[in-house]
Design a protein around this ligand. Sequence first.
Ligand SMILES: Cc1cc2nc3c(=O)[nH]c(=O)nc-3n(C[C@H](O)[C@H](O)[C@H](O)COP(=O)(O)O)c2cc1C
Length: 158
Amino acid sequence: MAALVVYFSFEGNTKLIAKTIAETVGADLTELKTSKEYPKQGFQKFFWGGKSVLFGEKPELTNDPIDLSRYDTIILGTPVWAGSFAPPLKTFFSKYQITGKRIALFASHGGGGAKKCMATIKATIPNNDFIGEIDFQDPKKHPEENAAKAVEWAQKLL
Ligand SMILES: Cc1cc2nc3c(=O)[nH]c(=O)nc-3n(C[C@H](O)[C@H](O)[C@H](O)COP(=O)(O)O)c2cc1C
């Protein structure tokens, strides 16, 4: 299996899980980075982030081009934002044609919306084989427990 973990993380929760999964399955790891920073403080972060999901924004990415043809398996991670996936993934989906891959999904959240978020990803990139999905509640609050959960899940993807 040649696997790539692609993720966006605003506050480090999804990043923790992404790194753990990549180490477990021996995958390459790509963090999606945006040219503009979202505000990180208080109400502002929910306002700008939520607005950006609702308006279907596609923030510009600063990543080098990714050669997806090298991978048969893509493991996608996102925080849940307003019950959906974070906008940088929307940019990723519009830049790259993702078809015929084995796809596994993981999401970090504060308590709800992961099922809907992952269903929306599946509807956005339908022509793939979805091999697994899992969600984590604010993994940085319980890093060891959540890393162990990620390892157990990732091993089943191999
Ligand atoms: C703009 C914004 C919207 C969010 N919307 C939701 C939501 O709908 N449901 C939820 O459970 N958590 C929501 N959260 C919380 C994050 O999903 C959660 O804190 C997650 O662990 C953050 O992952 P990260 O550190 O990788 O960015 C939201 C956070 C932000 C910043």
